[in-house]
Design a binder for this molecule. Structure first.
Ligand SMILES: [Cu+2]
Length: 282
């Protein structure tokens, strides 16, 4: 009875794993709010996650099947006494070469996604320069955001690094609430004002460290309008939890309007009868 029970017990879990693995992509259990990524890049990253889930599930099934078989064999009534062995050279070769092959396969298979995520050659140069929407500086404990003045572009600066090191008259500033146009490949430059932080928008699957002394560019295309949590994914100090910002992906018109509202707010001298309401704050 107990022989059957334990073999059945260890056979049950691979079956559970197969069911979970089969229905997981449809349910998006692993992702925030059980939703697919809101960027094409994010969906490619999710696909890599599922590929790894399948590989792990197959390894789990193999391991549990071996365990069940060993249990079944070892619990036979007429089984001879166990013997000591130093191991099997052949087996060790197999479980060294097979995982190495799998890791090599994953490393090569993900190269396209990595290139899409991080290699400048994957982005059209003109589109890149036209669509730098903001510089985001992480500091303890907030996201400082700088947009080019409305009607001007990052590209208008003589050099990419001039714009980053030399704020220009008319640039717009805000904190913790980043507006970006939807359905457009946008570029953000990330900096840190103090320690290491990480710009993380879980629903877009966008994550990049912000390092002191470096300006790092990231690009992505939000395919679905809406508000997304912007978090710091690097434990950066006692107030780390306070670095909860918002990324709003809006239509081009609303994006321009948000910049205009910010400009009106920034230029408001507070003397008018009706002060300008700040509409872009978090
Ligand atoms: Cu932080």
């Amino acid at each position: 009875m107990s022989r059957l029970f334990w073999c059945g017990f260890f056979t049950l879990w691979p079956i559970v794993a197969i069911v979970a693995c089969a229905i997981s992509p449809a349910m998006n259990w692993a992702f925030p709010d059980n939703e697919p990524a809101a960027t094409e890049l994010g969906r490619r990253i999710d696909d890599l996650f599922y590929l790894i889930l399948i590989i792990v599930t197959i390894a789990f099934i193999g391991t549990m099947a071996a365990l069940s078989w060993a249990l079944w064999q070892a619990s036979k009534e007429d089984k001879p006494k166990a013997w000591f062995t130093h191991g099997s050279h052949n087996l060790e070769m197999v479980w060294t070469i097979v995982p190495s092959g799998i890791l090599l396969f994953i490393a090569l298979y993900q190269v396209d996604v990595w290139a899409m995520y991080r290699m400048r050659s994957s982005v059209d140069e003109d589109a890149y320069l036209n669509n730098v929407v903001a510089e985001v500086t992480a500091r303890q404990f907030e996201w400082r955001i700088r947009y080019p003045a409305p009607g001007t572009r990052f590209k208008d600066a003589a050099d990419i690094h001039d714009w980053l090191s030399q704020p220009r008259a008319g640039d717009l500033y805000t904190v913790n609430h980043l507006h970006v146009p939807v359905n457009k490949q946008i570029v953000i430059w990330l900096k840190s004002g103090d320690v290491q932080h990480a710009f993380f928008v879980p629903k877009l699957r966008v994550k990049q460290d912000a390092l002191p002394g470096q300006a790092i560019d990231i690009w992505f295309n939000v395919n679905k309008a809406g508000d997304y949590d912007l978090l710091c994914a690097e434990l950066c100090g006692w107030g780390h939890y306070k670095m909860r910002g918002r990324l709003s992906a809006v239509s081009e018109t609303d994006y321009q309007q948000a910049l205009q509202d910010l400009k009106n707010y920034q230029e408001d001298d507070g003397v008018d009868d009706q002060p300008v309401a700040r509409t872009t704050s978090p």
